[in-house]
Design a protein around this ligand. Structure first.
Ligand SMILES: C=C(O[C@@H]1C=C(C(=O)O)C=C[C@H]1O)C(=O)O
Length: 398
């Protein structure tokens, strides 16, 4: 179908968000309700289609929200909401997803879960071993491949996306998000990774790569952080991401800075992170244009990008969907924020599909990478109150 040929009315009928879109960082929260128009499919780049939609004279917010899938040739899910609220902190976020007192009073017992690892952990380790062979042969110049695995969770009742989101949002170090998808599905997560943010000419990004599980023992926790900071393998893994982002941004920026990597903490993980900042030559280059330029970074794909994406398709054997894509917003001035869609679950009815990945470089160990994916699942599983086998977690302090 040609650009703009899709009538907006048909789009509206095809997509009725079941929950608000929300993006809640420590500093700012966006809650967007309803849907006025879906960004139509078409031949032009999504950034151009969004510009055309927002340039139209119709009433309503001049802003789109949504999600970009991992696969660059898969369709993005972008729409113009009916009502948008920006607020500082997370108060408005909590209010948007808090059930009315009546529902709270009738709260049902905790759901029972069945969890299946797809692929099983052993198959994931075997895929990592295969990736290491490709890296050792330097096939197509490969230096890094990010391999993921997934958990399929089935509950004995519909999954409560809003409750999951509230639990995830307790960790102030992450950006909690809720993206209503077509056919009643919902993407819910809490990501520590900023793909790109743009305000006027100012552009920032904070890529992460290199990870360690945190410990409840303060001494062990500090030791894990220091070991990560000193790890040559993790620094190499991290450098791939920073270099790729700087290379992509440089032609578009008149200033660009990247300090040495630093430690970034979530409630459950340590990462290496680099806060990158720059000034755009052309401030009309939008946040969405920038996210499409940078995505997928070697934090979720690998390097070089194309052979890494081919290796992922061959070794993982499933579609990632919106996992390892990006979630965010972009307004008519081109300002906006896009976050990497990791530490998330795609929810449909009684099911939740979780994904977690780890960057593989020469020197990676299949068992340690499997353990790293388990550590990354922990944020979502803890918010659901279960472990990786679906067993309820012991109450804190019990
Ligand atoms: C791919 C994921 O995380 C990414 C991979 C990381 C790594 O390999 O160390 C660290 C942070 C993220 O950029 C994920 O959480 O699923």
């Amino acid at each position: 179908m040609r650009d703009g040929a899709q009538p907006a009315g048909a789009d509206r009928a095809a997509f009725a968000p079941v929950l608000p879109f929300a993006l809640g960082s420590a500093g700012e929260t966006l809650v967007a309700r309803g849907c006025l128009d879906l960004v139509p499919a078409g031949d032009a780049a999504p950034g151009e289609r969004v510009r055309r939609l927002l340039a139209g004279g119709t009433a309503g917010p001049r802003l789109v929200v949504g999600a970009l899938p991992f696969a660059v040739d898969a369709p993005a899910h972008l729409y113009r909401p009916a009502e948008v609220t920006f607020s500082t902190g997370r108060a408005c976020f909590a209010a948007a997803f808090t059930p009315p007192a009546l529902v709270k009073a009738q709260a049902s017992p905790a759901p029972r879960w069945q969890v299946s690892a797809e692929p099983p952990l052993a198959a994931y380790r075997a895929a990592v071993a295969q990736a290491l062979c490709l890296l050792a042969r330097e096939e197509e110049g490969l230096r890094k491949i990010v391999l993921s695995r997934s958990l399929k969770l089935v509950a004995d009742c519909p999954v409560e996306a809003a409750a999951l989101l509230r639990a995830l949002a307790r960790d102030e170090s992450v950006t909690a998000f809720c993206v209503p998808l077509p056919r009643g599905r919902i993407l819910v997560g809490a990501t520590p990774e900023l793909l790109v943010s743009k305000r006027g000419a100012a552009v920032t990004s904070r890529p992460l790569a290199g990870s360690a599980r945190r410990s409840s023992d303060a001494g062990e926790d500090r030791a894990a952080a220091q070991a990560l900071l000193a790890s040559a393998k993790d620094r190499r893994e991290h450098r791939e991401v920073v270099t790729a982002i700087l290379d992509q941004l440089a032609p578009h920026c008149e200033e660009l800075f990247a300090p040495e990597p630093e430690l970034a903490a979530t409630a459950s993980m340590w990462h290496l992170g680099t806060p990158i900042s720059g000034r755009l030559r052309d401030p009309s280059f939008s946040a969405l244009d920038l996210s499409l330029l940078l995505h997928p970074t070697p934090a979720v794909c690998g390097s070089p990008r194309l052979p890494a994406a081919r290796a992922i398709a061959a070794l993982e054997g499933y579609e990632r969907g919106f996992y390892a894509g990006a979630v965010g917003w972009c307004d008519a001035q081109g300002d906006g924020d896009w976050h990497v869609a990791i530490r998330c679950a795609e929810i449909a009815g009684n099911e939740a599909r979780l994904y977690a990945g780890a960057g593989i470089v020469t020197g990676s160990d299949p068992v340690a990478e499997g353990e790293e994916t388990s550590a990354k699942f922990a944020a979502l599983l803890t918010a659901l109150g279960i472990d990786e086998d679906g067993h309820p977690l012991a109450e804190e302090g019990a």
